[in-house]
Write a protein that binds this ligand. Structure first.
Ligand code: MN
Length: 252
């Protein structure tokens, strides 16, 4: 099995180093990762300038001046003269629960691998303030999930969004299939001043969990379980098709 490993925190982040180490005993891995932190890049592609790839270790490790999606797009669409079987992204420095999945470059990198023959995996470590940064435990979870995929492949076409509580491996309660929950609206933007007295703004923190009851990714993490959510690309709200069709009638 050939695994393409990427992330959104950049090639030097602890999470991707640990993820690559954990997967190497299972498969031939190739890292293709952004040259800096691109968290929040979502599914963006760089279309206005060409992408430069630095071969830090030919065949094994590549650094790209682009987004997570650029990295995986390069990796599966022509940079190499072979095909990958799987894309693994992460381990992200922070949770990707509920609405986070829309903004996440970690999840986007996994989604970009959707044309491959296997599901693709996004891994995130759910850090709390003052946390222990248990990347080693999260890497063991990643190893176990990829080993499970090798033993029993799932069908193609979706992405597994894996969130891991920030606990030592022995303290993890287990692993649960979940649905995405939802967050309250974000905290307001934070104004700051530049040295010339002009106003600028930081994007504020994400809201707390709102739809966070039983069965959600938020709940699994709160209980100490690894959360695995199968994602799909189709954002159509099927239950609203008829309502919208009716609403459009006067204009049709
Ligand atoms: Mn990130």
């Amino acid at each position: 099995m050939k695994i393409l490993v990427s992330n959104d925190d950049g090639y030097r982040a602890e999470g991707i180093v640990r993820l690559n180490e954990a997967l190497r005993p299972l498969a031939s891995t190739t890292v293709l990762a952004p040259d800096r932190n691109r968290s929040g890049a979502s599914n963006s592609l760089t279309l206005d300038v060409p992408l430069r790839v630095f071969e830090s270790e030919p065949g094994v490790h590549y650094v790209v001046g682009g987004t997570p999606t650029d990295c995986v797009h390069l990796g599966v669409s022509g940079y190499f003269d072979f095909e990958f079987d799987l894309v693994c992204s992460g381990i992200n420095d922070g949770a990707n629960l509920g609405d986070d999945t829309l903004y996440s470059g970690t999840v986007a990198a996994a989604i970009e691998g959707r044309f491959l023959g296997l599901p693709t995996l996004a891994f995130s470590l759910c850090m709390e303030p003052g946390s222990q940064r248990n990347f080693a435990a999260a890497a063991r979870v990643a190893h176990a999930l990829v080993a499970r995929l090798q033993e029993s492949p799932l069908e193609r076409g979706y992405t597994l969004n894996v969130n891991i509580p920030d606990l030592p491996y022995e303290q993890l309660k287990g692993i649960k299939a979940t649905r995405l929950g939802g967050r309250h609206r974000s905290e307001p933007v934070i104004p700051v001043e530049d040295p010339r007295g002009r106003r600028m703004y930081w994007i504020g923190p994400a809201g707390e969990g709102q739809d966070a009851g039983e069965g959600t990714d938020f709940d699994a993490i709160a209980q100490g379980y690894v959360s695995v959510t199968p994602l799909q690309i189709d954002l159509t709200r099927y239950s609203a098709l008829e309502t919208v069709s009716h609403w459009l009638k006067p204009l049709a």
